[in-house]
Design a binder for this molecule. Structure first.
Ligand code: AMP
Length: 545
């Protein structure tokens, strides 16, 4: 076949082009940040772009070279945004790390990614002091603060001050041009078993994801919006908002570390926020605060809720009581993260309200750039009839093909297996019905059931342990520990739970223990989690909080 070549410019899709565009076309639009120091910081996209260039110069001065990883332990704020662009824009990788993980796990992730630099927020200084000696690859630790906030004494060797680094540069550099498939960032997922795995995003995947995220039937972002990403910048790049907001050139409000209802509400009102995104637990806190104090929003029009299933009652409350449109979305770290969004089509607008709500509570439709399918146990595709449930498989421009430093590709027949079980209806609305991966999602954060089981069997009285996920009114899901004791052994619920103290973060400790004479097993001796989950589906938590 002799094809006729197109005659269009070939420009690589680079992350630097997003902030360059924002600086040039929306240079006076504000970025407002609640700082860890407590005050509000305000500047513009033009200033953000200049400081990102200065940061790129400073990182090069520290010896960073193309492909090096720069780790962050930071909340949502303007300095974190500058690191996003200063690193990726200059050919480095931005590696966001979740500060809520257990310190040893954080150090493990930093070592696995071989971060050369670690930048962190002021209130995370004690955490970094605890892990610094274990971070073998980190050559420089950078405190995201001004000179005045630098501690008089610290155990961190040669601690650098971010503001000094930026101030020492003139910004006289142009963003380099390179292949769009170059790695831009890395984010670890805890996955189903053992150690976390790194998803490595490219410039191309990130820019295409931003396009998709901003589209009208996705997040529907525009330059008229004021966007407050509640979802942390260490959770899959705040779902792409730091990039998509630059693309549309809108005002951004970063909430810093305090995500309680009162702090969020005050910021929403003071900055006239129109759009936000976060996990269900965050909205629960905000709505509870507003209901208690009989408050209303004056500008908020729409929010994306995802990361965990959004309860139908939350959609009702936000839409009916507060006039806020809800876009229920599903995604994964491995998908950058956007996979589907639930937005009604024209033909649905005439449906009765409860039918519309039933669709809105589904995880939704794939945007252009993502393809979905569900398969049976043998890998054969299942029909899109809203009834057949099978493992959800995805492919697309912003789906990983491999995990960092993992030789075996996770793909099956070119599709990424999500570990979620779903139905898809005739209109393409996907609904998650179960999960085949063995993890618990509490308040949007993963808890590894295997890690909790391994610890439990370390207790001298425990013979067998299985941890399952059970629905919880506040956290979505919480871990329930089921155990079989050794013959003649005795231990109380309290003593077993206390056994976890200091071994996992407090929020990962199971909420309850069930003592059983035996655990249900398969023919091959594997514990049947499905049967356990069914048996305790309606477990009443002794402490609902
Ligand atoms: P993560 O990689 O931490 O973003 O987690 C991705 C996983 O979170 C998915 O595979 C689902 O199991 C779960 N998840 C994300 N969004 C939703 C949602 N809207 N409804 C149900 N589960 C979700």
């Amino acid at each position: 076949m002799s094809l006729l070549p197109g005659q269009m410019m070939q420009m690589p899709l680079l992350i630097s082009s997003l902030i360059t565009h924002a600086a040039r076309h929306s240079g006076d639009v504000e970025i407002v940040s609640r700082r860890v120091e407590g005050d509000l910081h305000r500047y513009t996209w033009a200033e953000a772009e200049l400081r990102a260039r200065k940061l790129a110069q400073a990182l090069a001065r520290l010896g960073c070279q193309a492909g090096d990883r720069v780790g962050t332990l930071a909340w949502n704020g303007y300095r974190h945004l500058e690191i996003y662009y200063g690193t990726s824009g200059s050919g480095l990788l931005c590696h966001t790390v979740n500060p809520r993980l257990f310190p040893q796990q954080i150090a493990w992730i930093i070592n696995d990614a071989a971060d050369r630099i670690l930048c962190f927020d002021l209130n995370l200084l004690p955490l970094v002091e605890q892990i610094a000696a274990d971070c073998r690859t980190v050559q420089h630790f950078v405190l995201l603060a001004g000179r005045a906030q630098l501690p008089d004494q610290t155990t961190i060797p040669g601690l650098l001050c971010y503001e000094d680094m930026v101030a020492a540069e003139d910004g006289d550099m142009t963003w380099p041009t390179f292949d769009e498939t170059t790695a831009a960032g890395i984010c670890y997922t805890s996955g189903t078993t053992g150690d976390p795995k790194g998803a490595v995003y490219s410039h191309r995947s990130t820019v295409l994801h931003s396009y998709a995220a901003a589209m009208p039937d996705a997040m529907n972002l525009s330059a008229r919006d004021v966007v407050l990403p509640v979802v942390p910048m260490f959770h899959v790049n705040a779902w792409g908002l730091p990039y998509a907001t630059a693309m549309v050139g809108c005002k951004v409000v970063f909430p810093g570390p305090h995500l309680d209802g009162k702090s969020l509400y005050e910021l929403f009102e003071a900055e006239q926020v129109t759009f936000s995104a976060g996990v269900p637990t965050v909205w629960m806190g905000l709505l509870a605060h507003m209901q208690t104090h009989q408050l209303k929003f004056s500008s908020f029009r729409c929010t994306v809720i995802g990361g965990a299933a959004c309860p139908a009652s939350m959609i009702d409350t936000l839409v009916d009581d507060f006039g806020v449109e809800v876009i229920h979305a599903w995604g994964m770290t491995e998908l950058s993260p956007l996979g589907t969004l639930s937005r009604l089509r024209g033909k649905h607008l005439g449906l009765p309200k409860d039918e519309q709500r039933r669709l809105m509570a589904k995880q939704g439709k794939a945007p252009y750039g993502i393809d979905l399918r569900i398969v049976d146990g043998a890998g054969a595709p299942l029909p899109w009839d809203g009834k057949a449930a099978g493992e959800l498989m995805v492919k697309g421009h912003w789906v990983i093909s491999d995990y960092f430093r993992t030789p075996k590709s996770p793909l099956q027949d070119g599709w990424f297996p999500t570990g979620d079980v779903a139905t898809i209806d005739g209109d393409g609305f996907m609904q998650i019905t179960d999960r085949s991966k063995d993890v618990i999602k509490s308040g949007g954060e993963w808890i590894s059931s295997i890690a909790l089981e391994n610890l439990a069997v370390g207790h001298p009285a425990v013979q067998q342990a299985a941890v399952i996920s059970v629905a919880h009114p506040q956290w979505g899901e919480r871990p329930l520990l089921t155990v079989v004791l050794k013959p003649g052994a005795a231990v109380t619920r309290e003593a077993l739970l206390a056994f976890y103290e200091g071994k996992v973060p407090n929020w990962q400790v199971p909420n309850d223990v069930i003592f059983l004479p035996e655990l249900p097993q398969t023919a091959t001796g594997k514990i049947q989690k499905l049967r356990l989950r069914e048996a305790f589906r309606n477990h009443q938590w002794s402490q609902p909080g």
